[in-house]
Design a protein around this ligand. Structure first.
Ligand SMILES: [Ca+2]
Ligand SMILES: [Ca+2]
Length: 616
């Protein structure tokens, strides 16, 4: 792994060893915090005694090439990076990092362990690889500074990313595999757009991908059979790889409240997940109050433990999630989706249909990057309670904000509804995935819209650009994780791109603070991100002139969005879409974003000499 460049960098670093006047000199006692790109990712923890007998502290972090690392002494608030880097063993303080006056710049992405060895006035830093990233040591993992490289199959300690700057795309709508009004979104069609999608979205939610009895996959029949109306398994995996290569993670739509039977009302096909487990579901795995019982078929003995009144789904057989066989099958399915197919997270369908504590059980087993529930209830208190019931190990779609902010607020010209709606009003914005419309609320072709408009399902009334753009501007300014809906993306791409650009540059994240006011016909908010701020004007306020020092993202007759800040250019999605002329300089090693050395046949983002390129 050594090269001429790293040798030169080593020489440069060695030269710095002679540099006196270290900023931290007066603050050597710590505790020390690690900052990446100006965001704190954690505090050094006591790590006992080093192999050479020195007391030591440790922190680990996943970082990308170009990331700026600094330590800060919490007691005197000084930022620095130690110039004294110990070398030897697997230590590589010269090649993988460039050390300058008070910071280190990462050259090779990876998971690193930082060992602070206390030597009484001569402290040293030992940088090792293979740190416990994403684990419990506080360093690294998701959220902190947006410094988590895509790492398929990686285990995460929680499925709720902290201070998450990701923006999600729901990459489908009802029957989007066959309808062409907003462009079909089959696996192949999506893969053609993967590069553009990855420039703006860090998360993509795909529709159910297993064999099903219906077009959209919400009547699953065989979970491990990943062939669907969207395309075959190979096409799905190619799409996921393409999105990963662009820095985008992918959510599976997991339908485990119910499944379609095989031939009668209470039989099922085998569920063979290979090394993850093999299952032969029986009629006893069905809840005791399933409609199959009414038809005279045998079912299980446990009542459905779903927490909503419509817990039994009438069109398919409800799994008894108290049944340990069902639980084992669900854990195997999630592990299979992550380990075999390459998904990074889960969207759980119909979570009112089984107790949400099972979500925590299954997610804890599979350890995804992110989890989000579809718990269809417009009461923010209920959503908050369900997050608690799931041990805060999942996010949930904010149906409360869906009704309050968009339907009763913007669409009804009542801007007071935009102040602290839904989960944000409960202080639970960290757990909210926000949406304006989805495949169920928007023009479902199989539902009579007038019926839907009078039902609990609430047919969306967002039917013109001015309303849709106001809602998107609001959602893309607010904390939580925003989920852009495919038809909106397809129809108003340039405006939504500008809004996402503003959000990303300001570094608005899932826990961002909001300062807001509203009055008759207007709403104004200032939202604070990691790198700057977003100012949002809705209604009559949109006609105000731009705030001093802010850049304009979008401006319509009833919406305007302004921002400050610049996203660090090292973020994966900022990689230039350029093709290197091959062969590359064979004297220089080339790495993927996980820090693994690759050769010139590699497809995807590569790093050479600290520069990133997309090889296609
Ligand atoms: Ca049922
Ligand atoms: Ca159920």
């Amino acid at each position: 792994m050594r090269s001429i460049s790293s040798f030169i960098l080593t020489l440069l670093s060695v030269a710095f060893l002679a540099t006196p006047a270290m900023v931290y000199a007066e603050c050597q006692d710590g505790p020390y915090d690690l900052y990446v790109n100006n965001s704190k990712v954690g505090t050094f923890v006591d790590a006992g005694t080093s192999p050479d007998g020195l007391p030591q502290l440790n922190i680990s972090a996943s970082v990308k090439a170009g990331d700026k690392l600094q330590f800060c002494n919490a007691s005197c608030n000084e930022f620095f990076f130690p110039q004294t880097i110990e070398r030897g063993g697997d230590v590589d303080g010269g090649g993988n990092f460039t050390i300058s006056s008070n910071q280190a710049t990462c050259n090779v992405a990876g998971c690193y362990n930082f060992w602070w060895k206390k030597s009484f006035g001569n402290d040293k830093l030992y940088i090792g690889t293979d740190g416990n990233c994403g684990g419990s040591q506080g360093g690294g993992g998701q959220g902190g500074g947006g410094v988590d490289p895509i790492n398929p199959g990686k285990d995460y300690a929680t499925a709720v990313p902290a201070q998450c700057t990701d923006v999600m795309l729901q990459a489908f709508y009802w029957k989007s595999n066959s309808d062409s009004k907003y462009g079909t979104s089959t696996w192949a069609k999506l893969q053609n757009q993967a590069s553009e999608i990855s420039q703006y979205f860090q998360l993509v939610w795909l529709p159910p991908s297993c064999l099903a009895n219906d077009d959209m996959g919400y009547l699953p029949k065989q979970y491990p059979n990943q062939n669907s109306k969207m395309g075959m398994k190979a096409g799905l995996m190619n799409l996921i790889s393409a999105l990963h290569n662009g820095g985008t993670r992918v959510l599976a739509d997991v339908v485990i409240n119910h499944a379609a039977n095989s031939s009668t009302w209470n039989d099922f096909v085998a569920q063979d997940f290979g090394s993850y487990g093999k299952f032969s579901p029986q009629s006893s795995w069905i809840t005791s109050n399933d409609e199959a019982k009414d038809k005279g078929y045998s079912v299980g003995s446990n009542a459905d433990d779903g927490q909503e009144s419509n817990r039994n789904y009438g069109a398919a057989r409800d799994w008894d999630h108290k049944n340990t066989n069902v639980q084992a099958m669900c854990r195997a399915y999630l592990k299979f989706l992550k380990g075999e197919i390459g998904y990074d997270g889960y969207r759980f369908d119909y979570c009112g249909g089984y107790h949400v504590s099972h979500i925590n059980d299954y997610v804890s087993a599979a350890k995804p990057y992110i989890s989000v529930m579809e718990y269809w209830n417009g009461d923010a208190n209920v959503l908050k309670n369900r997050i608690d019931d799931a041990s805060k190990n999942t996010m949930t779609f904010d149906f409360a904000s869906f009704y309050t902010a968009y339907q009763q607020g913007i669409a009804s010209n009542n801007y007071s509804k935009l102040v602290k709606p839904g989960l944000r009003g409960k202080g639970y914005e960290k757990y909210a995935v926000n949406f304006i419309d989805n495949h169920d609320t928007f023009n479902r072709a199989d539902i009579n819209n007038s019926d839907c408009g009078n039902s609990k399902d609430g047919y969306s009334s967002l039917n013109n650009k001015e309303l849709i753009m106001q809602c998107n501007a609001y959602m893309l300014s607010m904390p939580g994780i925003p989920c852009v809906f495919w038809p909106h993306w397809y129809t108003y791409k340039s405006d939504i791109k500008a809004m996402i650009t503003a959000r990303r540059n300001a570094g608005i994240h899932s826990e961002s603070a909001v300062s807001e006011t509203s009055g008759s016909g207007y709403y104004e908010a200032t939202v604070t991100g990691k790198y700057g701020k977003v100012i949002l004007y809705l209604g009559s306020s949109a006609s105000k002139s731009a705030p001093a020092g802010y850049k304009q993202a979008v401006k319509g007759s009833k919406y305007a969005m302004y921002y400050t800040g610049t996203m660090p250019t090292t973020d994966i999605e900022k990689v230039e879409n350029k093709t290197l002329s091959l062969p590359l300089n064979t004297n220089e090693p080339m790495f993927n974003i996980m820090g693994q050395q690759v050769d010139q046949t590699y497809k995807g983002i590569v790093i050479q000499n600290g520069n990133k390129y997309l090889l296609q």
